[in-house]
Design a binder for this molecule. Structure first.
Ligand code: MIC
Ligand code: SF4
Length: 639
């Protein structure tokens, strides 16, 4: 990593530790973002730590995931977040402003800074050269309280870009779909993807942001682009030229690996159900009938993207349902001012509020067995709200052209002529409303509706853990599988007892009751917990009595969330031990406190068979587990 962009930013931020892969370092955090769905827990934890004011230069609390306000619970959450931000020193972004990552890129993200966010797509800010990391709610809570962030130093992989995208039909989305095709959803685990090469200057900041955003689907810790003249132009157009600084890797920088992509060779790609890495050329599926199309989300909702989409729709009619969720009020305002909105509306498309919307199953679910084409980043089964639906992911123009025909279409064959929109020289920065923190915080009362319940604490690790194997799962289990989101479940994010009733509800609705009765273990294959940063996927199982998860391997954010909530993440040393365990088996972990020091845990099944399980934990992680999780540990440390 020596000489790399990542290495430079980390060196400027290191507080303790050594920068070698696998080691843990503590780094200083410059900016924090929270969003409503993870934010209520994060802010409740911040309060529980008992620090009167945030101790990070910039904290922004966004509301974008659940803006439906279907009953008192959701607006109560919003009011809690708004008053907490005012009192504790954060900027508040009210519902309707837009999606946190797009807004943060527009208004706050800066080259060379470290941004921590309680959302897995926080790396979007890597588009301007920030080192932006998605983490769980407790990690941001303690960062807001002023403690440095504990990062397991990843390997740095160089993604070397050459050539130029064949615009307009081949888009930034195709770059990251190509990476997913080659590297899979596990390919980035334990890695930071650093972009460089002559192809970088072909990409605008928002195009870079699309690529950095969806690096989350590769499992990467983050993705980062250099800060160059295009970065400067973007920041100046946003009225934030002062935030610019040049930043790039040294010529002789060291990397652990390299991937080369010639942008000019790419074609429109599509990810098939139900994984973002099941990628094929659109041409292979040409003509596939679709029921609905959705364009937007934090991946593809920038001004340039939607302006191009509007140009495709101009004077034409959609052949199936189409919904568009712009990334921010700024984007929406520009589309309105320049007349593009009229083209969108007259095409028969539905215009949705600038918010996450259908991406997280908040409305616009496809019909039973329906086919949905989306410019979003995740197509896990059921995430769209309809378990039997099939969701495909493609670039925004593939989506727009396909919406006109009602069938999947390679846009290159459409015969349309389209000029790729220019980058604006000036963005209207006042189109977005941010509420500053109160100047008289003492007078602000934090409002807590009846659905906002206290945060439970994890239990300190015990010497012996007995229980049942409550569930045995395969590879790539996502946090959407562990704890679904969507319009029914999101209003419960501030109420652990209630939300825990939905744990694994799509896989086995009897799980919560069985877990409460017997307590014990979840067993899984590789990449357990991929996807979202929602710590509820750890808190709810902990609350129900899960004491350890035993898997072949873990996704980064979820593994940290488990530890943060006092659940022991253990790995199978041999695949045959995974085969040997069955759902319902009684299992005992012995001498656990000694075992975590040695890295090996004694595990014995009821019939006396032994399993070989690894506990690969850093010193800090062992401390957290012994204390019962991060919150318990932080309280201890700060008081
Ligand atoms: C997602 O895309 O899955 C979410 C919803 O944005 C999550 C956060 C959450 O579950 O609140 C994420 O990506 O971290
Ligand atoms: Fe929102 Fe979807 Fe982006 Fe998550 S992935 S932040 S739900 S738009």
């Amino acid at each position: 990593m020596r000489g790399s962009l990542t290495g430079k930013i980390l060196e400027e931020h290191i507080v303790e530790g050594k920068l070698s892969p696998g080691e843990e370092v503590l780094i200083r955090v410059d900016q924090v973002l929270t969003q409503d769905a993870t934010g209520t827990m994060a802010w409740l934890q911040f309060e529980a730590i008992g620090v009167p004011k945030v101790r990070v230069p910039l904290v922004v609390s966004y509301v974008d995931h659940n803006t439906l306000q279907t009953d008192f619970r959701n607006p109560d959450d919003h009011l809690f977040l708004r008053t907490a931000a005012a009192k504790y020193g954060a900027i508040f972004s009210p519902p309707g402003n837009g999606i946190c990552h797009q807004l943060h890129l527009e208004r706050f993200a800066s080259p060379g800074t470290v941004l921590l966010g309680s959302d897995s797509h926080t790396p979007t800010a890597g588009g301007v050269g920030a080192l932006a990391i998605g983490v769980g709610g407790s990690d941001v809570a303690i960062a807001m309280a002023g403690m440095p962030y504990g990062l397991k130093v990843p390997e740095v992989v160089r993604i070397f870009l050459t050539g130029r995208l064949r615009r307009p039909w081949v888009m930034a989305m195709d770059v990251v779909l190509e990476l997913l095709r080659r590297l899979t959803v596990k390919g980035g685990v334990g890695k930071i993807l650093e972009y460089c090469g002559p192809g970088v200057s072909d990409l605008s900041v928002t195009e870079r942001a699309t690529i950095a955003n969806m690096g989350a689907e590769l499992g990467a810790t983050t993705s980062v682009f250099p800060s160059d003249e295009r970065t400067r132009a973007f920041l100046e157009a946003q009225g934030r030229g002062d935030a610019w600084r040049p930043l790039k890797a040294e010529e002789e920088a060291e990397y652990s690996d390299e991937v080369r992509i010639d942008l000019g060779e790419l074609q429109p790609l599509v990810a098939r159900p139900h994984s973002p890495d099941d990628v094929v050329p659109v041409r292979e599926l040409e003509g596939l009938r679709i029921d609905q199309v959705a364009i937007g989300s934090c991946t593809n909702s920038s001004y340039q993207n939607l302006k191009a989409v509007a140009a495709v729709l101009r004077g034409r009619r959609v052949g199936c349902d189409l919904a568009i969720n712009p990334g921010s009020r700024q984007v929406l305002y520009m589309l309105a001012r320049e007349g593009d909105l009229a083209d969108i509306i007259s095409s028969g498309a539905r215009l949705l509020e600038p918010a996450c919307g259908p991406c997280i199953g908040m409305g616009y679910a496809p019909p039973s067995g329906g086919v949905s084409l989306r410019s979003y980043n995740r197509n896990f089964r059921g995430r769209c709200g309809t378990p039997s639906a099939e969701v495909y992911l493609a670039n925004p123009l593939t989506c727009a052209v396909s919406a006109l025909r009602g069938a999947l279409t390679d846009p290159r064959g459409s015969g349309m002529v389209l000029h790729w929109p220019e980058e604006p020289k000036k963005f209207p920065s006042d189109a977005v409303i941010f509420l500053p923190p109160s100047e008289d915080p003492e007078s602000v009362k934090v409002m807590r509706g009846p659905n906002i319940r206290p945060v439970p604490l994890g239990k300190p690790l015990e010497g012996t853990i007995r229980g049942e194997v409550l569930l045995k799962l395969g590879d790539d289990v996502s946090t959407d599988d562990i704890l679904p989101a969507g319009a029914y479940v999101l209003p419960l994010r501030s109420n652990v007892q209630e939300i825990s009733k939905f744990t694994f509800s799509r896989i086995d609705p009897s799980f919560p009751e069985r877990a409460r009765k017997a307590g014990g273990f979840v067993v899984a294959g590789r990449n357990y917990g991929q996807g979202s940063s929602r710590e509820h996927a750890a808190i709810a199982p902990m609350f129900l009595g899960v004491r350890a998860v035993i898997a072949k391997s873990f996704a980064r954010i979820h593994r940290s969330n488990l530890i943060n909530w006092g659940i022991l993440p253990l790995e199978f040393e041999r695949d045959e031990d995974y085969e040997a365990v069955g759902q319902g088996d009684a299992l005992e972990l012995r001498e656990v406190l000694k075992g975590i020091e040695e890295g090996q845990i004694q595990a014995v099944l009821a019939d006396g068979r032994h399993l070989r399980l690894r506990a690969q934990l850093t010193e800090r992680e062992r401390k957290l587990l012994r204390a019962g999780g991060l919150l318990a540990y932080a309280k201890e440390k700060l008081t």
